[in-house]
Design a binder for this molecule. Structure first.
Ligand code: FBP
Length: 336
């Protein structure tokens, strides 16, 4: 394995190749998917950066020339990812938060042995107020026979993921991924259009500083969840209070906690009995990253990655982050 120093200039392409060389049986298909995702995210980053200018740029002739600019950015992001990945011959199907049904690979293109599930632009309701948003992705290997990917191939438990990651379109654009061998972060240098290795082998602190939860739902929480949130706030005197930070953009909240230690929670509540977040392309990929970085992720009573999916867009209660803090949730929600 090539040794890098803190000052080594390593592009994501080169890092992916070096990682692949560690596995003689590797065919390069998974590497190809990661390249194409990196490319797609650069194009999305460019659109997100322009988002604030739509009204100024788009005013004249909005309909035809900038029609695309007027389209919802998450629809644009969805199309960019599909167009970047449907023809590479590495995928046999895709699934997106933006599409009700499985996305087949067009007949004219070769099929591969992998499936891609993604949320093209998570937190998109924050774009108009210039709050960071993200793309989340998960890669599975085909398990059924036949060329085309099926719903059965998509409905695999999270521990079956072969790769997962996210892109954060924030102050800088960062791509963070894992193929099950640690978590690695790359920062986009817009001047050269390259993702450079900036955060090798990311680890989440065992004990968290930050609590990320929308407590506007407190009245709709069960009593055990309320007791848990009081615990995190130090209100029952059993621990130090955590500092509350909630952007309302999952990728931004998760990324902060991955770096600084913390817990993100989106519990079930009487209005959303299964919570809000989607298991397959929001919860599972970030749980995979978090566990690879030494953290944990649960539904409240079960390891997220062990949940057997039954629907493409099913939701799940979610507690993810620093191991010690997730363990408190597991203890206090055990029989609920
Ligand atoms: P979208 O995928 O529809 O954007 O929803 C997900 C999300 O925006 C997350 O990014 C965020 O953590 C959560 O919803 C915020 O929900 P709420 O406004 O209920 O706190």
């Amino acid at each position: 394995m090539v040794k890098h120093t803190d000052t080594s200039v390593v592009t994501i392409d080169r890092y992916i190749i070096e990682q692949e060389r560690r596995f003689p049986e590797a065919t390069g298909e998974l590497s190809g998917i990661l390249y194409d995702l990196a490319l797609a995210s650069k194009m999305i980053a460019n659109k997100v950066r322009l988002a604030g200018l739509v009204d100024i740029l788009g005013a004249e002739g909005t309909e035809n020339v900038q029609g695309e600019m007027q389209q919802k950015l998450d629809v644009i992001a969805n199309d960019i990812i599909i167009k970047a990945l449907d023809h590479g011959g590495r995928l046999c199907a895709m699934a997106s938060e933006e599409r009700e049904e499985l996305i087949p690979i067009p007949d004219k293109f070769r099929r591969g042995k992998y499936l891609l599930l993604f949320d093209p632009l998570d937190g998109s309701s924050n774009i108009d107020v210039n709050v960071p948003v993200g793309t989340i992705f998960s890669v599975l290997r085909k398990v059924t026979t036949g060329e085309d990917g099926t719903l059965e191939d998509l409905l695999q438990p999270g521990y079956k993921q072969v790769a997962a990651g996210y892109v954060l379109y924030g102050a800088s654009t960062m791509l963070v991924y894992s193929t099950g061998h640690g978590v690695h972060g790359f920062t986009l240098d817009p001047a050269i259009g390259e993702y450079l290795l900036s955060h090798p082998d990311m680890r989440i602190p065992e004990h968290g500083r930050y609590l990320s939860v929308n407590d506007a739902y407190e009245q709709n929480w069960t009593e055990p969840v309320r007791a848990l949130m009081r615990r995190y706030r130090g209100l029952d005197g059993k621990r130090e209070a955590m500092n509350v930070r909630y952007v309302g953009s999952l990728v931004a909240d998760f990324h902060r906690n991955l770096l600084g230690g913390g817990l993100f929670a989106y519990p079930a509540n009487t209005k959303s009995p299964n919570g809000k977040l989607r298991l397959l392309y929001e919860c599972n990929p970030l749980a995979f990253i978090c566990e690879q970085a030494g953290g944990a992720a649960i539904t409240g009573t079960k390891r997220i990655l062990d949940v057997l999916p039954t629907e493409l867009h099913q939701r799940s209660p979610y507690f993810v982050g620093s191991k010690a803090d997730v363990e408190i949730a597991a203890q206090m929600l055990a029989n609920h």
